[in-house]
Design a protein around this ligand. Structure first.
Ligand SMILES: Nc1nc2c(ncn2[C@@H]2O[C@H](COP(=O)(O)OP(=O)(O)OP(=O)(O)O)[C@@H](O)[C@H]2O)c(=O)[nH]1
Ligand SMILES: [Mg+2]
Length: 311
């Protein structure tokens, strides 16, 4: 199995450990977190890649250690996830200063891995879902500081492969989206996710749906398709709530189907279990559509194809 290493860096209290716990769905542990002492390592396996996560405690007394070559923290990292608490405006300079030190340390080694910056604690109340490109956009309350921060980051990250994301532990979607970017760079299996998307697009078009999404947590499969920007906007908002809902029913029921009527649309949330994996399918259809027929079609013609790819 391929081995990859990712390091989680950033100031203390930025939310690194919480991000990892939220990703692992260990929500009950989030409440009682204490500052990480030095490094906490954990392993996950996704899509045939074994990923070693180095969660580096961000208190000042530890930070310098990581920059030293003998600590081996930065060494051979395949990805750096750098966390900035966007709510702590008084610590932006310090956060950017530390990021600069890390990049400088890498420059000395001659190799700089890709960086993912998480502008973290961008909780759902501060975010609007944009109609294009599944992008999360900051609401006016935080827009200015996000823009200013992004501008400073872009300068700092010149020549470094990077992406900047708004993330929050209260929006697991944001964590999944950010993390799938990391994963995508690791594994040719990400092409498989594209394949699943092709199947989903076919399913949407053949059944005259407005939008659909399929999610499988273990493999980090996450794909969605909408036929037009208006459907996309509504669908994304619904899906955000759908995810919270899915998380809650997950423990209760094996198979689940629920339909909602929203203005001129019907939205159906469905969950399936196959080969120890749980799939969440969400579809958005016109009011007059026959959902039973559509779901039958999915189950007989599309679901197995998708499972085969994911397994
Ligand atoms: N509002 C909000 N609070 C968060 C979020 N993520 C983490 N927090 C809070 O931020 C505080 C610090 O979180 P940690 O995950 O311990 O931060 P850390 O970066 O691991 O800190 P060190 O281990 O000291 O480096 C905790 O009180 C969390 O509950 C978030 O997305 N939104
Ligand atoms: Mg921590």
């Amino acid at each position: 199995m391929e081995q990859k290493k990712i390091v989680f860096l950033g100031l203390d209290n930025a939310g690194k450990t919480s991000f990892i716990r939220a990703f692992d769905e260990n929500y009950n542990e989030i409440q009682n977190l204490t500052p990480t002492v030095r490094i906490e390592r954990s392993n996950i396996e996704i899509l045939d890649v074994s990923i070693s996560r180095w969660d580096c405690g961000g208190q000042e007394k530890f930070r310098k250690e990581y920059l030293m070559e003998e600590s081996q923290v930065l060494t051979e990292a395949d990805y750096v996830l750098y966390f900035i608490d966007i709510m702590a405006e008084d610590r932006y300079d310090e956060a950017l200063g530390y990021l600069k030190d890390i990049i400088e340390a890498y420059k000395l080694t001659g190799f700089i891995p890709p960086f993912m910056i998480c502008l973290h604690k961008a909780d759902p109340s501060y975010i609007d879902i944009a109609t294009v490109k599944k992008k999360m956009l900051p609401r006016w309350e935080i827009k200015d500081r996000v823009n200013r921060l992004t501008e400073r980051l872009s300068k700092l990250l010149t020549g470094v492969s990077n992406s900047i994301n708004l993330t929050s532990i209260y929006d697991r979607n944001s964590i999944l989206i950010a993390f799938s970017k990391v994963l995508k760079s690791f594994t040719p299996k990400s092409e498989l996710i594209d394949l699943v998307n092709v199947i989903l697009v076919e399913f949407v078009k053949k059944n005259d749906l407005l939008a659909s999404s399929i999610i499988e947590r273990k493999s980090l499969l996450y794909t969605e398709f909408s036929v037009d920007p208006k459907s996309k906007e509504l669908f994304s908002a619904l899906l955000m709530n759908g995810l919270i809902f899915y998380e809650n029913i997950q423990v209760v029921k094996r198979i689940f189907k629920m339909t909602l009527l929203i203005e001129n649309y019907r939205v159906m949330f469905t969950s399936y279990i196959k080969n120890n994996r749980r799939y969440f399918l969400t579809i958005m259809a016109r009011l007059e559509s026959d959902l039973t027929k559509i779901i039958d079609e999915f189950e007989t013609k599309y679901f197995d194809r998708i499972c085969t790819i994911v397994d």
